[in-house]
Ligand binder design. Sequence first.
Ligand code: GLU
Length: 450
Amino acid sequence: MNAYLESVIKHVQEKYATEPEFVQTVEEVLSSLEPVISLHPEYEKADLLSRMVEPERMFTFRVCWEADDGTWHTNTGWRCQFNGAIGPYKGGLRFQKNVYPGIMKFLGFEQVFKNSLTGLPIGGGKGGSDFDPAGKSDAEIMRFCQSFMQALYRYIGPDVDVPAGDMGVGAREIGYLYGEYRRLKGAFENGVITGKGFSYGGSLVRPEATGYGAVYYLENVLKHFGEDIKGKTIACAGFGNVTWGICKKAAQLGAKVVTLSGPDGYIYDPNGVTTEKKIDYLLEMRASGRNRVQDYADNFPGVEFFPGEKPWNVKVDICMPSAMQNDVHLEQAKQIAANGIKYYIEVANMPTTNDALKFLMEQPGIVVAPSKAVNAGGVATSALEMAQNSERLVWTEEEVDKQLHQIMNTIYQMSVDAAETYGLGYNLVAGANIAGFQRVADAMMAQGIF
Ligand code: GLU
């Protein structure tokens, strides 16, 4: 490997040894930049990579809130403003028990490249809290969100940093967060946050956008191999907003999602999550706060539930891991290959461990697509929401969907072209990293060293 690249990776491995998820994403992204770095000595001269792996700034703040029983609780909040070279920081907020700086930084780093790939003017950021939303009442969620925003509001703004949802932060939380921001600022600056309800500035198609975008990207891959999505079976993980969008679009196009998963196991539905009733039920499952996928099997006949297992041993045409980071390990990757699955389309952020990803990419019969390209439709539609907010306009569903579709086609094509330009063949993973890097690198070089 190029000595400069190697030294930056080593530096991150040593400096952030206690943040393994961040080290993992840096290793993955930087190692695919090898041909670019070798061809452009100016990047090494400006030590561009050391600056790229260091967040511009990251805040830690205290979030205190009162439970319904009158007890007081204290959590930690973070916002990582990773890179603002091409636009205001943009990225979601994650509320989950396991959140810590390593998760914030891995997500922030991925976001920089993802947002760059969309071609829209958005920098990369991420935030969240180690607050566990499971089992909390609506009033507790509201008080927590209000307290969180009281700390965060001074660091964000429509031209500064624009948060959105992620795991544990959906439309309800966004509403409470925005309400508190508006109260504190005394202004209707709704471009400060995306994923809003339609009545106060949300964009049509935003709820479906990540899932729809993933399927639009998948269609591009299938087309490359002369195949059609119609009739294909898909294994998904999770049952949240992203998986819901995939089920909906796949069903519209004649494909079927046959697995869903949760912390309790996975379900196999041989008929597919294809009817309106089943697709809507996913929303109910999420809203219930029970976080149990078994409910789906209990509710629909002919569906099997496998407690404590993951769906990666099921024979399907396409795998779309759409739950969370490091869901697919080497063992599961080997199972996927043994099942003869041709399309491995990542959807969740970093759902594959690096050794599993390497293994899958080395299999001649498997096509791997990376999450930072596949799931970029969500944040891209957030940028369309920002555009509507600043124009004080509302675009039609057709208009937003058309733009989303176009953006996904462009992301795919840019990735294919970038890999080809650097002699890597049809490599969607390296192509996405290179294309995402290029735009941020150009902007950083142009803006001088800081
Ligand atoms: N959390 C989503 C992501 O990972 C959406 C971010 C946004 O819309 O800003 O891209």
